[in-house]
Design a protein around this ligand. Structure first.
Ligand code: AMP
Length: 172
């Protein structure tokens, strides 16, 4: 039977502010069968792209990213909010659907020539993913793909990631 992953995504209207419909993945990751199927589908797309590393940003990107890296036999690297990482960092600022923010990565997280898949739970405006792509490329890595569980197609985030191989499992 083919699982309908979207049946485990909960719409939360007006979170974190009015007018935003938040796509809550907590029911998806709480269900063993659906969580596993999600990771297997992410891995199916990723495997032929032969990534050495999966990059995820806190917090939901850690959950999917670590599980995906494990399934692929790849490593996991983290992008975090400013001030959280202990070692020397590089930073990128981006605009969110609801505000602006920065992400940091360790300067030595990406070795030159490493193939990296940039992963997140939701593609909205694409600002976050674009910042992560810039961080990877700035450190001399190659973006092997940009991958999402959910894509909000009406925000056209994909267009900001032009030239990259972009994929999502669920589209709205
Ligand atoms: P963006 O940079 O606009 O593509 O926003 C993507 C980031 O914000 C992701 O890390 C998402 O987790 C989060 N995000 C933005 N919009 C939503 C939404 N409607 N529902 C859930 N998460 C969202």
């Amino acid at each position: 039977m083919t699982l309908d992953l979207s049946s485990k995504i909960r719409d939360v209207p007006d979170f974190p502010k009015e007018g935003i419909v938040f796509k809550d993945v907590m029911p998806l990751i709480a269900d063993p069968e659906y969580f596993r199927e999600t990771i297997l589908r992410l891995a199916e797309w990723s495997r032929p792209r032969e990534p050495h590393l999966i990059l995820g940003a806190e917090a939901r990107g850690f959950i999917f990213g670590a599980a995906l890296a494990y399934e692929l036999g790849a490593g996991f690297i983290a992008a975090r909010k400013p001030g959280k990482l202990p070692w020397e960092t590089v930073s990128a600022t981006y605009e969110l659907e609801y505000g602006t923010d920065s992400l940091e990565m360790h300067r030595d997280a990406v070795t030159a020539g490493a193939r990296v898949i940039v992963l997140d739970d939701v593609l909205a405006t694409g600002g976050t993913a674009k910042a992560k792509v810039e961080l990877v490329e700035g450190l001399g890595g190659t973006v092997a793909g940009v991958l999402f569980v959910i894509e909000l197609t009406f925000l056209h985030g994909r267009e900001r990631l032009g030239g990259h191989d972009v994929h999502s499992l669920i589209q709205y």
